[in-house]
Ligand binder design. Structure first.
Ligand code: NAD
Length: 295
């Protein structure tokens, strides 16, 4: 299948690689030419714009940082909607607010294009391994169309409901993730300063009631999980700036729903402080550095 893939960053590039491995023909576009050149060596076609990528494609996939990028990639003068054929399906895998994707989908529908949202969970490791979870907001028919392609990049595909509901699932999950990471950081730092071996503490937590993904698979304390960003100077994972964006999406959505998200608001401020210190580019688990004495 000819697939336009736009947005080839930490997540998009490995996702695109899995589609290439599965035998799909890709039309790639990103503002970063280095990543394009790298992927071109695997046989993909480089495009000059989102419009050019969408031309002749049988499916369009986007994986971009935030709502403003998604708007411009679909609706811009050289955007996807200027090049895509009528009836060609599209799916945005970025994490953005539910209303933006609903608005873009309504505009796309006017030219016979069905757009769904399918934000992901599983991080860069899941993107590389092809084991992402996709939370899909789409009609039942559109979900069936997307399923075989998403299955090449993920192992769990959940149909959450109509357009926008994938984003709702994603921002609720990340609200919890942002909070749970801070909880694990506090517990690990407290144990360390009170004098317990942090490896023993992590084992206890992971076989007790405090266990969660942040403690088990992604522990923020260095030396606990070999594959976690904590083991490589908090590089190459899920940037604190992106977590901050997701918490802002959650607190803003909560405001419109008149729903309190008290811990979420506190977590947002903690990641904001991390960003102010100049650490927004680090993995979000580096939040633990705010709880540790400098060595
Ligand atoms: P990233 O910043 O690494 O990559 C984004 C890519 O989009 C970059 O290569 C950038 O050059 C490109 N881009 C920006 N504007 C563009 C435009 N106008 N046209 C074409 N390309 C453009 O981000 P990422 O980590 O890959 O995350 C992408 C999305 O996935 C975000 O919404 C993020 O919240 C979500 N997400 C990330 C992770 C993670 O662990 N990194 C996990 C789950 C979900």
């Amino acid at each position: 299948m000819k697939i336009a893939f736009i947005g080839l960053g930490n997540m998009g590039a490995p996702m695109a690689r899995n589609l290439l491995k599965a035998g799909h023909h890709l039309h790639l576009f990103d503002l970063n030419t280095a990543v394009l050149n790298d992927l071109a060596t695997s046989g993909a076609r480089i495009s000059e714009s989102p419009k050019h990528a969408a031309q002749g494609a049988e499916l369009v996939i986007t994986m971009l940082p935030a709502a403003a990028h998604v708007r411009s990639v679909y609706l811009g003068e050289d955007g996807v909607l200027a090049g895509i054929g009528a009836g060609v399906p599209a799916v945005d895998c970025s994490t953005i607010d539910p209303q933006t994707i609903r608005d873009i989908a309504a505009i796309a529908a006017r030219q016979g294009v069905t757009l769904g949202d399918a934000p992901v969970s599983g991080g860069t490791g899941g993107a590389q391994a092809g084991t992402l979870t996709f939370m899909v907001g789409a009609s039942a028919e559109h979900f069936e169309v997307l399923k075989p392609v998403l299955a090449k990049m993920g192992k769990t595909l959940v149909h959450c409901g109509d357009i926008g509901t994938g984003q709702i699932a994603k921002i609720c999950n990340n609200l919890l993730l942002g909070i749970s990471m801070i909880g694990v950081a506090e517990a690990m730092a407290l144990g360390n300063s009170l004098g317990i071996d942090t490896g023993i503490l992590a084992n206890i937590i992971n076989s007790s009631t405090g266990r969660c993904w942040s403690s088990e698979a992604y522990n923020p304390w260095p030396g606990i999980v070999e594959t976690a960003p904590a083991a490589r100077g908090y590089t190459g994972g899920f940037g604190a700036e992106l977590m901050l964006k997701d918490l802002a999406l959650a607190t803003e959505a909560a405001r419109t729903a008149h729903q309190p998200v008290i811990l979420g608001a506190v977590a947002q401020q903690l990641y904001q402080a991390m960003s102010l210190r100049g650490d927004g580019g680090k993995d979000f688990s580096a939040i633990v550095e705010g709880y540790r004495k400098k060595e």
